[in-house]
Design a protein around this ligand. Structure first.
Ligand SMILES: Cc1cc2nc3c(=O)[nH]c(=O)nc-3n(C[C@H](O)[C@H](O)[C@H](O)COP(=O)(O)OP(=O)(O)OC[C@H]3O[C@@H](n4cnc5c(N)ncnc54)[C@H](O)[C@@H]3O)c2cc1C
Length: 423
């Protein structure tokens, strides 16, 4: 994939956003071009950035990857990180009416009292079939309509609707069937002992560090705490915050990009708030991922140290996850902690630390008809690549953002070759 220096026209390229999409395009372009990454936060990594505690780093938002994430796995290989990949068991459970039900093994699923045997059978068949559905055709159909037709009103109301509510709130009814089917399909590769999910030894900060070092080694510049506030163009090129470039790769939400100048269509986004806690003891009964079906200011509890080894951290790590539209509810952190302590019988003094991360642009809302919004924007010299783009449809992921970054780099390289031919 690498291009040797000197073959192509050397261009000055501004990359807006230092998340995965921006870092990957910078990594690919920096051997041949003069790259400047603009990142508004105090650190790079975007949604995959980490808290740096005294003895360890931990992602601000829980993350894992999948065996089918081939572009990400290839990138790890290029960065000499393959030996840091771990495939760990991702056990699951459900919290209903004050009780935690493990749902990892077939026996646990059979024992689960809130669905009949027939409903479980229908769900299992649907999960197996999920990979065969054509998501393009499902884009304009709502998840509610599709799931009710496929599985009946009862399974939709009792099983899927609470999950959609916790993720999309008032927009739950408008979510596309394509999104739901892709979520089910990605989780359908389960063995009898549950799913194997990818994680990096000691966390993803290793990957962010490795890729940013490569960019810097090739002369790329990473400007943190530098939000882009204006992008404009004249016959000589592009201007980012007044500085001249030959081309721009924009990886930020289209709505944010519009605010800086370019006239591009908006894509609806949702926000995520994620509370990370260090605890003195395990509290999720050994379960990694728990979906909550009861009323709570969070929709999922993620027992990170029931997934990654506890001894890396010397304490238990738990995430509480919540999605929102617009702004998170006031005092969300306090409300989450209070509810969590009550439900999981945790005393306040057992929480060693708690940090809240919140981002109103945590992912596009894949409402029915989303594909129409993604119509290619063709502005010469401006390449769009991020969570909103084709590679991340119908659900954003690390893999999707890696692929978006690679495509952006290809487009710029193609542009540079054309410039060379025309000279
Ligand atoms: C709670 C949660 C859990 C997730 N879990 C998983 C998972 O387990 N597996 C998985 O595959 N994916 C997961 N994801 C998705 C994954 O994190 C994203 O798809 C990916 O990190 C997006 O990378 P990106 O570079 O496209 O966008 P971002 O990470 O959003 O990067 C955009 C960057 O642009 C910066 N920026 C914004 N505006 C400006 C500006 N004006 N000027 C300069 N910089 C700006 C932002 O600060 C940010 O750093 C999860 C996401 C969330 C929210």
């Amino acid at each position: 994939m690498g291009i040797s220096k000197g073959l192509l026209e050397n261009m000055r390229i501004a990359i807006i956003g230092g998340g995965i999409s921006g870092l990957v395009s910078a990594y690919k372009l920096s051997p041949n071009h003069e790259i400047t990454i603009y990142e508004k936060s105090a650190e790079i990594g975007g949604l995959l950035s980490s808290y740096h505690r005294e003895k360890y780093s931990i992602e601000k938002y829980y993350h894992h990857f999948f065996s089918g994430d081939t572009s990400f796995l290839n990138l790890l290989k290029e960065l000499n990180l393959s030996d840091r990949i771990l495939w760990l068991k991702g056990s699951t459970g459900t919290w209903v009416s004050g009780t935690l039900y493990p749902l990892t093994t077939p026996f646990e699923i059979l024992r689960y009292p809130h669905l009949s045997l027939y409903d479980k059978f229908r769900l299992a068949l649907f999960t197996k079939k999920a990979k065969t559905f054509d998501t393009i055709k499902l884009d304009t159909i709502s998840a509610e309509k599709f799931l009710t037709e496929q599985l009946g009103e009862k399974i939709y109301r009792s099983f899927f609707r609470p999950l959609l509510n916790s993720k999309f709130g008032q927009n739950a009814e408008k979510v596309s069937a394509a999104w739901v089917v892709s979520r089910v399909a990605i989780r359908s590769d389960r063995s009898l002992g549950g799913e194997r999910l990818g994680y990096l030894d000691r966390g993803f900060s290793l990957f962010i560090k490795a890729i940013s070092e490569k960019i810097k080694e090739c002369g790329g510049e990473i400007r943190i705490r530098t939000p882009v506030i204006s992008i404009s163009r004249d016959e000589n090129g592009w201007y980012v915050n007044g500085e001249k470039f030959d081309a721009v790769v924009a990886t930020i939400a289209p709505g944010l990009l519009r605010e800086t100048g370019p006239d591009i269509p908006e894509v609806p986004y949702q926000g995520a708030a994620c509370l990370t806690m260090g605890l003195v003891r395990p509290v999720t009964q050994g379960i990694y991922w728990i979906n909550l079906y009861d009323d709570a200011p969070y929709g999922a509890v993620i027992g990170h140290t029931c997934f990654a080894p506890r001894d890396w951290y010397g304490e238990d790590i738990v995430y509480l996850a919540s999605y929102y539209s617009g702004a998170p509810s006031p005092h969300l952190k306090e409300k989450m902690i209070k509810d969590f302590c009550r439900k999981f019988s945790v005393r306040n003094e057992e929480i060693l630390w708690a940090e809240m991360a919140s981002d109103p642009y945590a992912g596009p809302m894949y409402l029915a008809g989303y594909k129409e919004l993604m119509k290619t924007v063709s502005v010469p010299g401006l390449v769009l690549a991020g969570m909103f783009s084709e590679e991340n449809y119908p659900e954003r992921s690390i893999e999707g953002s890696v692929r978006a970054g690679l495509r952006a780099a290809d487009e710029i390289s193609h542009m540079a070759r054309k410039m060379e031919v025309n000279m």
